[in-house]
Design a protein around this ligand. Structure first.
Ligand code: S3P
Ligand code: PEP
Length: 436
């Protein structure tokens, strides 16, 4: 058992400029599309973290080349597609983007591809993807105890008929994104219909559609809950990855809870990243939020207000918003996020337990959390191998002395050196913190 991380307490208002690493969602889509494309492409400023290294490794295992490059002084990946082939083994880790995006591409490979991941990944919802691939002509066999999830074996025949499939994507938008990303390479293209309760994380599907179109794929998303991808080539395209706006939120929260000021440079004026919604949420909680040039500047108030907010589109932000809510001066209600029970951990149960463990009051509802602020005390904060649970503990630790996060290394899923960046932010007082 590694030692718990003593979350540092801020000795005053946090003032820092924090440069955050690239977007996980953009990096992993771009890597996959590059591997399916008609020529090599350069991916500049990619996120290099566990989730994206796992995606790169998966694509290499399937026959693509993903090589390190420096382009104009900037870190890059050069992706050279090759014929997709097995036998191959894909480790999904705990990455939803790997477990939901790679199998539809592996169905194009010639040969057997085995998929597995972390223990918790075996519990994450996956059956919808496997059933959809079977309906589209792929052979998928369970290889463990779970007939509807990891581990499993996909026997590729070098192509897939494709066509039309109806799925229930209410548990994850990634079911839709994963199928669409590979759909243009299926013989008949792909039509995905959703039938069931609302699909969460819609902006993530919009990101998928935008990135496909940017690579020359024809996508029709005019009918709600129906997406049509025409068969055809995926054009190779160089790309510079935007900073990860969801990963920026713990740093912005540091300004919010300490009455400080944090700037994140490189904030895109327009983006498909769901994390952009943090601007509205922080404003509602009483922060001063301003896009100044290409930097987002957040100034924290004397006291944070509670919020009533539907996070269905931006479930990723829940741990940050819950941490803020636990430190506000009035109650908050976070709604529309029942699907978070299938994330890295059951995030609703985890947040309720950990906030409660510090003396707070966070109650699970059918589709979210009600958080009533109470004075908090120091104590253990379990991360449950969830990067965003760990960063939520760090936020609370800024103003509650003695918070100890049991697995801060879990932040490596999407941030290469979170403890280092956090320490540098606290030391900074105006000095830039560079994410690696
Ligand atoms: O497609 C993506 O890049 C993601 C989609 C969302 O998943 P869900 O729809 O499962 O919430 C989001 O929470 C996840 O962090 C990343
Ligand atoms: C839900 C998340 O990740 P994943 O891509 O593994 O689903 C997340 O990063 O908040």
């Amino acid at each position: 058992m590694t030692q718990a991380w003593a979350a540092p307490t801020a000795d005053g208002p946090v003032r820092a400029t924090v440069r955050v690493p690239g977007s996980k969602s953009i990096t992993n889509r771009a890597l996959l599309l590059a591997a399916l494309a008609d020529g090599p492409a350069l991916l500049r400023a990619p996120l290099r973290s566990r989730d994206t290294e796992l995606m790169a490794a998966a694509l290499r295992a399937l026959g693509a080349e993903v090589a390190d490059r420096v382009d104009g002084g900037e870190d890059a990946w050069l992706v050279t597609p090759g014929p997709l082939r097995g036998p191959a083994t894909v480790d999904c880790g705990l990455a939803g983007t790997v477990m939901r995006f790679v199998p539809p591409a592996a169905a194009l490979a010639d040969g057997e591809v085995r998929f597995d991941g972390d223990p918790r990944a075996r519990e994450r919802p996956m059956g919808t993807v496997l059933d959809a691939l079977r309906a589209l002509g792929a052979e998928v066999t369970p290889a463990g105890e779970n007939p509807a999830g990891l581990p499993f074996v996909l026997r590729g025949r070098g192509g897939l008929a494709g066509g039309e499939v109806t799925i229930d994507a209410s548990a994850s938008s990634q079911f839709v994104s994963g199928l669409l990303l590979s759909g243009a390479r299926y013989e008949r293209g792909l039509t995905v219909r959703h039938s069931g309760p609302p699909v969460p994380s819609q902006p993530h599907i919009e990101m998928t559609v935008r990135m496909l179109r940017d690579q020359g794929v024809v996508v029709d998303d005019n009918t709600p809950d129906v997406w049509r991808v025409e068969p055809g080539p995926v054009r190779a395209r160089d790309l510079t990855v935007e900073p990860d706006l969801s990963n920026a939120t713990p740093f912005l929260a540091a300004a919010a809870v300490t009455g400080g000021e944090v700037r994140v440079p490189g904030w895109p004026e327009r983006t498909t990243q769901a994390g952009d919604a943090i601007r509205g949420i922080l404003t509602e909680m009483g922060c001063d939020v301003e896009l100044r040039g290409r930097a987002l500047v957040v100034r924290g108030p004397g006291a944070l207000r509670g919020v009533d907010v539907d996070l269905r589109d931006v479930g990723e932000l829940t741990p940050t918003v819950a941490a803020l809510a636990a430190l506000a001066d009035g109650p908050s209600r976070l709604r529309g996020i029942a699907h978070l029970r299938g994330h890295e951990t059951d995030r609703l149960a985890a947040l309720a337990a950990e906030i409660g463990g510090l003396g707070g009051d966070a109650e699970e509802t059918e589709d979210g959390l009600v958080i009533r602020p109470r004075p908090l005390r120091g104590g253990g904060w379990r991360a449950y191998a969830d990067h965003r649970m760990a960063t939520a503990g760090a936020i609370i630790g800024l103003v509650v002395p003695g918070v100890a996060v049991d697995d801060v290394a879990s932040t490596g899923k999407t941030i290469p050196d979170f403890p280092g960046m956090w320490a540098a932010m606290l030391k900074a007082k105006e000095i830039a913190v560079e994410g690696v």
